[in-house]
Design a protein around this ligand. Structure first.
Ligand code: IMP
Ligand code: MG
Length: 184
């Protein structure tokens, strides 16, 4: 593995530079929208680790906090079912907080829509979503995503936190996998 991983990439969909420029934009909007308000970033492990690290460091908002959740969605094979189990819950009490969920990608949106209603039931002042990537399939479920990095085609992508069988998360760009990776 290691640097050999890049040989498994078919093409780069989003470069490190494109991602960085988009994060600058999103952070600026978030700073403007949450000026004078409290802000709690909630990252969903593990995919959101890179977006969380890079986005949060661009946010100038004073007193911004971050917290983490880990969830597993039950489903048949690779399809997400929307039935979710909490593996690691938040440390923070959400009462009266302005929560911004930070996500890597929205595919079906089932996990996210479950998460939004779960967090809304905890008495926060607001719950919004920032997602680096969104696939067209996300339209099927009504999830209102305030901040979207890129709308991408319906292809399986890896890198920048996203994995295939736990590999490729550490790539600094987003790319598609070469066919030989799936067949090996
Ligand atoms: P959904 O929106 O409930 O269908 O599930 C979203 C989750 O599926 C994401 O948080 C990722 O972990 C995973 N996922 C969806 N599409 C991709 C992809 O193209 N590459 C890697 N993981 C993906
Ligand atoms: Mg995954």
């Amino acid at each position: 593995m290691g640097s050999a991983q890049t040989g498994d990439i078919d093409h780069v969909l989003l470069s490190e530079e494109q991602i960085a420029a988009k994060l600058d934009e999103l952070a600026e909007r978030i700073d403007a929208d949450y000026a004078g308000k409290d802000l709690l970033l909630v990252g969903v492990l593990k995919g959101a680790v890179m977006v969380m690290a890079d986005l949060s460091r661009r946010i100038k908002h004073q007193g911004v906090e971050m917290d983490w959740m880990a969830v597993s969605s039950y489903g048949s094979g690779t399809k997400s079912s929307g039935v979710v189990r909490i593996l690691k819950d938040l440390d923070a009490d959400l009462t009266g907080r302005n929560v911004l969920i930070v996500e890597d990608i929205i595919d079906s949106g089932l996990t996210l829509s479950w998460l939004i209603s779960n967090l809304r039931s905890r008495g926060p002042a607001s719950v919004e979503v920032a997602a680096m990537l969104r696939k067209p399939t996300a339209a099927k479920v009504e999830v209102d995503v305030r901040y979207v990095g890129f709308d991408i085609p319906n292809e399986f992508v890896v890198g920048y936190g996203l994995d295939y069988a736990e590999k490729f998360r550490t790539l600094p760009f987003v790319g598609t996998l070469a066919p030989h990776v799936y067949s090996s």
